[in-house]
Design a protein around this ligand. Structure first.
Ligand code: NAP
Length: 266
């Protein structure tokens, strides 16, 4: 069957994620980058990338099926406002939104469909499901520790993904989102309680991202780990999310929705 190509506008086209997405788009048949744009005054404006000009705005985009945006929270909100006016669907990988910005994104999702996720890697999102199942099966008596490792330039600690893994376990256990979280240990903390979820951030070298959840019981430890070697895993997830979102009309979706859709036989 000759399916129509999905036409993609890429925000932050010269950034680490934007450029990875554009280079992956060159390798697949059913999607095509049609509009690349960067922040105003970016040194790349007017230059060529993969046969397309880097623009300084999204307003003039003549048309696209989906916007993929890995920029900054402020830029994403502006870009989504434009996407809403142009009826362009959106995949958002940007992190660090304020509560107010999330509320605005929710309001846009009443008019266009949006996938938003702080971690677009399929592997990490499947790890979240496995951790959820393990927490359900093991019950409340297993001790939990979460260890994440990232490159030395990472700004925040612990990672949003480590926090989310802990939140999933708390949700299964019927507790508040971050109840019992203990960040690192120092001094003389004494014996741990079963209720604690220890969260530890390692920062070293150029590691893109590693997460391990340990469940400790009597005489055994179950470890669930994920390692990310480069940004292609996030970019690949974003492209799958784009294929998912073009089938939707409105609504705010997460990668868990994308995975449910992805695993269905076509
Ligand atoms: P980056 O290398 O700094 O790229 C961001 C790009 O967006 C920069 O080129 C920036 O230009 C550009 N930009 C800023 N404002 C813009 C605007 N109004 N319109 C268009 N482009 C604009 O950062 P990155 O590593 O690619 O990460 C970008 C975001 O994605 C961050 O929030 C990061 O945490 C997140 N991220 C998410 C995932 C995930 O799986 N969800 C994975 C990796 C990263 P200037 O340099 O001029 O500001």
């Amino acid at each position: 069957m000759n399916r129509k190509k999905i036409l993609v506008a890429v925000a932050g086209a010269c950034g680490r994620m934007g450029s990875t997405i554009i280079s992956l788009l060159q390798k697949i048949q059913d999607m095509e980058a049609v509009w690349l744009f960067e922040s105003k005054n970016h040194p790349s404006i007017g230059t060529q990338a993969f046969g397309l000009t880097i623009n300084d705005n999204f307003e003039q985009c003549p048309g696209a099926d989906v916007l993929i945006d890995f920029t900054t929270p402020e830029a994403t909100v502006v870009n989504l406002e434009i996407a809403r006016k142009k009826k362009i669907k959106a995949v958002v990988g940007t992190t660090g939104f304020s509560k107010e910005q999330i509320e605005r994104i929710q309001s846009f999702a009443g008019e266009i469909p949006i996938v938003i996720s702080p971690n677009m890697s399929l592997g990490v999102n499947i790890m979240m499901k496995i951790v959820e199942s393990a927490a359900e099966m093991l019950g409340k008596d297993y001790e939990v520790e979460i260890i994440e490792t990232h490159h030395h330039n990472k700004k925040d600690a612990p990672s949003g993904t480590a926090l989310k893994l802990g939140e999933i376990i708390n949700r299964v256990r019927g507790r508040e989102a971050r109840e019992g979280f203990v960040y690192g240990r120092t001094g003389i903390p004494g014996p741990r309680t079963t209720d604690e979820i220890g969260i530890h951030a390692v920062r070293i070298s150029e590691i893109v991202g590693e997460h391990t959840v340990m469940f400790g019981g009597k005489g055994e430890i179950l470890e669930i780990s994920h390692r990310c070697f480069n940004r292609e895993s996030f970019a690949q997830g974003a492209l799958i999310a784009a294929k998912f979102i073009v089938e939707k009309e409105t609504g705010l979706y997460q990668m868990s929705d994308v995975i449910e859709w992805f695993k269905k036989p076509s």
